[in-house]
Design a protein around this ligand. Structure first.
Ligand code: GMT
Length: 378
């Protein structure tokens, strides 16, 4: 199949999922075309089967806001025509599903038909999409997609609760390449990061308020009062300065390593003993799954779809959003006992295996095939 993938190229989870999906589809023999405004961060390999088409939005003094959707729709029209793309898979509804619908309509005028699969990722539905400013356009573009998927049951429920949706939503969970996140990674040089007696706690996100990184700091601060520990913070975002300030106030700056944006998540997780994800909202929690794949137990909130990934008392623990004391208690329970920590590590890896990409990617292929078949009938 010739598949066009539209996504955000940044470090956000939806872009990562879209990129990994495209790469795996290309390995399975499909021709994949990424269409976005920058080369996706995890797209290191452009090959015969993987292509990247950049969307350019030239600046013009009249525009206060650059018309990205318009430029994207036009690029989709050109790319579909030039490369004979059979299906468009857009990740994150805003504005991708809307732009794809416009492209589909323009192509129709020329007698070309291309169906659209929209994957909902989280904030496109919860924090952003349901805002009255966007809601009518998001509702419209979901209803006009030829197939819709959500990354968790929780997100599917949120979508049907918040929007007037007139079509089925398939749940296709996020996935992981288990080979990449291997627990006996040969480059794992833990000694560079911490002393042997120190536990390593990790948090990875784009440091936005929704991630509640201040809770990460509070939980870590409590942990390090009880046992030697280091915190590894990976990612960049608007909370970064406030977090550094807080660490300074607490006198723990020397125990916190800021990695910034990193392409070496697998190596960093390889050092880690525990992962913290106290988010306010989280449709799935890909970062938790990546941690679990590296045999790292997870202390998280119970927001959204996290419970579909992190199993309470097995792969880690879940607490109410903001319940830092409960998170601390659970973290110490796991970290204080070597044998218990090892059991949680083994359980985390075992649970992650349920999300192996070889089991999940065929679900997308089946959706593409069904959608193409249904559309041919119409
Ligand atoms: O919140 C992020 O980290 C970015 C955001 C995105 O769409 O790029 O992530 C959402 O999609 C991820 C991939 O499906 C999910 O794992 C995250 O849970 C989800 N984030 C939220 O719902 C807040």
């Amino acid at each position: 199949m010739k598949i066009g993938i539209v996504c955000y190229p940044t470090f956000g989870g939806s872009g990562v999922v879209a990129t990994e999906l495209g790469l795996e589809l290309s390995k399975r023999g499909h021709e994949v075309h990424f269409i976005t405004y920058n080369q996706p961060v995890r797209l290191e390999l452009i090959s015969n089967n993987v292509h990247y088409h950049e969307v350019n939005v030239p600046e013009y003094p009249l525009f206060h806001y650059q018309p990205y959707e318009l430029a994207l729709s036009s690029k989709l029209v050109d790319t579909v025509k030039l490369h004979k793309i059979e299906i468009l898979h857009v990740h994150y509804a805003i504005p991708h599903a809307y732009a794809a619908y416009m492209a589909k309509k323009m192509l129709r005028e020329e007698g070309i038909f291309v169906p659209i699969v929209t994957t909902l990722h989280g904030t496109d539905i919860t924090l952003v999409g349901s805002h009255p400013f966007y809601k009518p356009a998001v509702t419209f573009s979901i209803n006009k997609s030829d197939a819709v998927t959500a990354v968790s049951e929780s997100l599917k429920n949120d979508t049907t609760r918040l929007f007037n949706i007139k079509r089925d939503i398939h749940v296709v969970p996020n996935f992981i390449d288990l080979e990449k996140y291997h627990d006996n990674f040969t480059d794992c040089q833990r000694s560079m990061m911490a002393k042997p007696e120190e536990r390593i706690i990790t948090h990875i996100s784009n440091l936005r308020p929704v991630k509640r990184v201040q809770d990460v700091i509070s939980v870590f601060n409590n942990i390090q009062k009880e046992m030697p520990a280091k915190l590894m913070l990976v990612g960049e975002g608007p909370e970064r300065e406030a977090i550094e300030l807080r660490c300074q106030e607490l006198g723990i700056l020397d125990k916190v390593i800021f990695f910034g944006k990193s392409n070496e998540i697998d190596k960093i997780l390889c050092y880690s003993d525990l992962f913290l994800l106290p988010s306010e909202a989280e449709s799935f929690g890909l970062a938790a799954l990546e941690a679990m794949s590296s045999s790292v137990p997870v202390i998280s909130s119970n927001a959204g779809g996290i419970s579909e990934v992190n199993k309470h008392g097995i792969t880690g623990f879940l607490s109410n959003v903001g319940d830092v004391d409960d998170m601390t208690k659970n973290a110490l329970y796991i970290l204080k006992d070597e044998a218990r920590l090892n059991t949680f590590k083994e359980n985390a890896r075992a649970e992650a295996k349920k999300f192996d990409l070889h089991a999940i990617v065929p679900q997308y292929e089946a959706i593409y095939q069904d959608t193409l078949k249904q559309c041919l009938v119409l």
